[in-house]
Design a protein around this ligand. Structure first.
Ligand code: 4AD
Ligand code: MG
Length: 462
């Protein structure tokens, strides 16, 4: 007999047969002389189904081998339940134990564990309610991102993960090489001979798919990437990963206002999608970790994002400068404390634009004032920067001059320069950090808890 997911049993699909088979992992078991109660979870939903095993049934014998963590297949009849907290339960006729779990050794016990401890057993933590909820929501958000862009006729572009350029300047890069580290081939002048390397040139893991997305946007109109990106910064913070996922839409004929509108529409769509489709998991997280979570999500969906220029934001911050650890003045990059302040001050998400050019990337469109660029950062409650983006400089001469000022080699980016030579057009785009979005949607406070196997400095286990 085919097995049914616990979700469809608990959600009461009308055509559910009375005879059912379920398969899953045991959360708890209580055995007495006459009866055993097993709480079984199969990951399809946060709730467990209760298995009732009467001592008269042939299944009862198997119960002596069953502990928390065991995996089993249970066959029985679906009955309405007298017990508290569930509408249905399964009266078991037969149980097959697929895998036992030694209670002395199995690290996940009934009592709650700290998130720090669970990070050390990331290979098993998905079997907890918390991480089941987080990773179901993560799936739903990834799916909703594709859905959002598909509805808008955006084309999904797979930008490369290995790149030969490090000109984006978004962060430190990881080198990709097959050269033997113990015997590196050298040129006569002592420099590394990359001709002998796999690609015949130095290569790295990408920090962003943007430059390639721009190439595609200047042919396909509206495109997006959604893939892993890598930054070798030594930032051990609750919001930084060395390997994280980024969504990068890039749109031909968009200016910075269109860009802001799309970013706001997308974030609202995603948060609303979570509220609509992940209510069981969100209610659990709301209950367990953060009583304000669902309210905060609803607020973001219902509140227009405040839009300010960097200069306006600095004026506001200057009034409160004595309160900050890092003092601001026009030209300084904003720290998390400033971002949090601006968000709290306005009671919701804030979009900041027109940053000083010296703190932003070379490709951002230059404003007439000669000092600022058409950058756009979206700041979120609790998270700070969730999106970074800009209108792009489409003018070849201006782009080229800025690159010279910043010491970026045009020859290395000859293909990028070509788009400005042949049929250039106004365009804009942004990058949404997927795990930052996940922090916001789940209310988790450490980015290591919203990706299955986090990569951070000195940590690449699993
Ligand atoms: O602001 P960033 O560096 O922008 C870019 O990479 C542009 N190329 C994007 C574009 O315009 N297409 O990064 C974008 C977002 C940040 O706002 C943040 O949400 C996330 O990526 N991010 C990180 N998330 C986790 N760990 C890190 N180390 C991150 N660095 C950036
Ligand atoms: Mg940024």
């Amino acid at each position: 007999m085919k097995h049914t997911s616990i979700k469809s049993l608990l959600k009461g699909a009308p055509d559910t047969p009375k005879d059912v088979v379920v398969k899953g992992w045991v959360r708890t078991i209580r055995t007495s002389k006459n009866v055993a109660f097993i709480a079984l979870n199969d990951g399809s939903i946060i709730h467990n189904i209760q298995l009732v095993v009467d001592s008269s049934s042939e299944a009862f014998e198997a119960c002596s081998k069953i502990n928390t963590g065991a995996c089993l297949c249970a066959e029985g009849t679906l009955e309405s339940s007298q017990g508290k907290g569930q509408s249905v339960e399964i009266h078991c006729k037969k149980i097959i134990v697929y895998g036992t779990a030694d209670p002395e050794k199995f690290p996940l016990q009934k009592k709650g564990h700290t998130l720090e401890f669970l990070r050390e057993i990331a290979h098993l933590r998905t079997r907890t309610n918390t991480f089941g909820a987080v990773f179901r929501i993560r799936h739903q958000m990834a799916f909703a991102i594709h859905q959002f862009f598909n509805q808008k006729n955006f084309v999904y572009i797979h930008s490369p993960i290995i790149t030969g350029s490090d000109a984006e300047g978004a962060g430190e890069m990881f080198r990709v090489t097959t050269l033997p580290l113990e015997n590196i081939p050298r040129n006569p002048d002592g420099s590394i001979n990359f001709m002998e390397d796999f690609f015949g040139k130095p290569t790295n893991l990408t920090v962003s798919g943007q430059l390639e997305a721009e190439l595609a946007a200047l042919a396909l109109g509206n495109v997006y990437t959604f893939g892993p990106t890598f930054r070798a910064e030594n930032s051990n913070t609750p919001r930084h990963l060395a390997e994280f996922w980024m969504i990068e839409p890039e749109m031909a004929f968009f200016d910075i206002y269109d860009n802001m509108d799309l970013a706001e529409e997308m974030l609202k769509y995603l948060v609303n999608n979570a509220l609509q489709n992940c209510s069981d998991d969100l209610e659990f997280l709301n209950q367990m970790y953060d009583k304000e979570l669902i309210t905060r999500l609803q607020n973001v969906v219902n509140t227009p994002f405040v839009r300010l220029t960097y200069t306006q934001a600095i004026d506001i911050l200057l009034e409160y400068n004595q309160e900050f650890e890092f003092k601001v003045s026009w030209g300084t990059d904003l720290q998390k404390e400033h971002e949090n302040f601006l968000v709290a001050h306005h009671g919701g998400p804030v979009i900041l634009t027109d940053y000083p050019k010296q703190i932003k990337a070379f490709y951002m469109k230059q404003n007439e004032d000669g000092k600022t660029v058409r950058a756009m950062d979206v700041l979120f409650p609790w998270i700070g920067e969730i999106i970074g983006g800009s209108q792009r400089e489409e003018n070849l001469e201006k782009l080229s001059n800025r690159m010279a000022e910043m010491g970026i080699d045009e020859d290395e980016l000859w293909w990028y320069m070509d788009t400005r030579k042949f049929g250039t057009c106004p365009h804009a785009g942004f990058g949404l950090g997927f795990e930052r979005l996940m922090l916001f949607v789940t209310g988790m406070t450490n980015i290591r808890d919203v990706i299955p196997f986090p990569r951070t400095p000195k940590n690449a286990e699993f």
